[in-house]
Design a protein around this ligand. Structure first.
Ligand code: 13P
Length: 257
């Protein structure tokens, strides 16, 4: 199975000049205090990918370049969209698929998530499929069933070869950008359910958590939640904070060996 990982989702923040600055700062911190057991990736906006990828390559930072989204089609009349081949040419190795903001704000339904995921994972890139319930679903006590359904819709019918390229990111909507972190016990329960749904679908995939992750809560969440890593939003926009999350996970993995 893939290594534990921390990915920073920059969302629609930082122009390419600001992005270069952030990746250079992160590079300095990682050189000073490297991580050994954890894969670290960043998902900048499309227009920053070239600049960020160049710094990663030139400075040999060993970071995984990720995209936040991709179009399901190969090419053609899809104004405003970006294809997987374009991303691959820029050195992108992982793509977020079905982030809740894409689902909620841009009409990405389960079927589109499944088609996009099949394209990304089928091409050999890591597909980080995002799932998670909103507050109403949790208050109704339906959160594990809801996420299980999202996973079945996204992953059913995936080819054998593509299955090895899937990572699941559990991001409860009520914890995204709110400062409200899921309780470790809530994460652990959802994680158990996710792993059993994956087993039912014939997959064994890393499970990450996202939602107000910080250096302060990362180690406890990883330990209590039995996680394979994190998808970090806000804290990934500050080099020190993101580096600290990566280090916290790395320390935790070092201690389990
Ligand atoms: P925050 O870490 O800002 O809550 O964002 C989480 C997220 O949506 C990452 O994809």
């Amino acid at each position: 199975m893939a290594a534990p990982a921390v990915y920073g989702n920059w969302k629609m923040n930082l122009d390419h000049v600001e992005a270069i600055h952030l990746i250079q700062q992160l590079g300095v911190l990682l050189r000073r205090a490297p991580v050994e057991h954890v894969e670290v990736g960043v998902a900048p906006p499309f227009v920053d990918l070239r600049s960020v990828g160049s710094v990663i390559e030139a400075d040999r930072l060993g970071l995984v370049l990720c995209a936040q989204h991709v179009n399901e089609h190969e090419s053609g009349a899809h104004t405003g969209e970006v294809s997987l081949a374009m991303l691959e040419r820029l050195g992108v190795h992982a793509v977020l698929v079905g982030h809740s903001e894409r689902r909620r704000l841009y009409g990405m339904d389960d079927a589109l998530v499944a088609r996009t995921l099949a394209r990304v994972a089928g091409a050999g890139l890591r597909a980080i499929v995002c799932v998670g319930e909103d507050l109403a679903v949790r208050e109704a006590g339906q959160e594990t069933a809801y996420v299980a359904d999202q996973l079945r819709a996204a992953l059913r019918g995936l080819s054998e070869a593509a299955r090895a390229n899937v990572t699941v990111a559990y991001e409860p909507l009520w914890a995204i950008g709110t400062g409200v972190v899921a309780e470790p016990a809530q994460v652990a329960a959802q994680n158990r359910s996710i792993r059993s749904t994956l087993a039912e679908l014939g997959l064994e995939a890393p499970v990450l958590y996202g939602g107000s992750v910080s250096a302060e809560n990362a180690a406890e969440l990883a330990r209590e939640g039995a996680l394979d890593g994190f998808l970090v939003g806000g804290a990934s926009l500050r080099a020190e904070a993101f580096h600290a999350v990566c280090r916290a996970l790395d320390d935790w993995y070092a201690s389990t060996r």
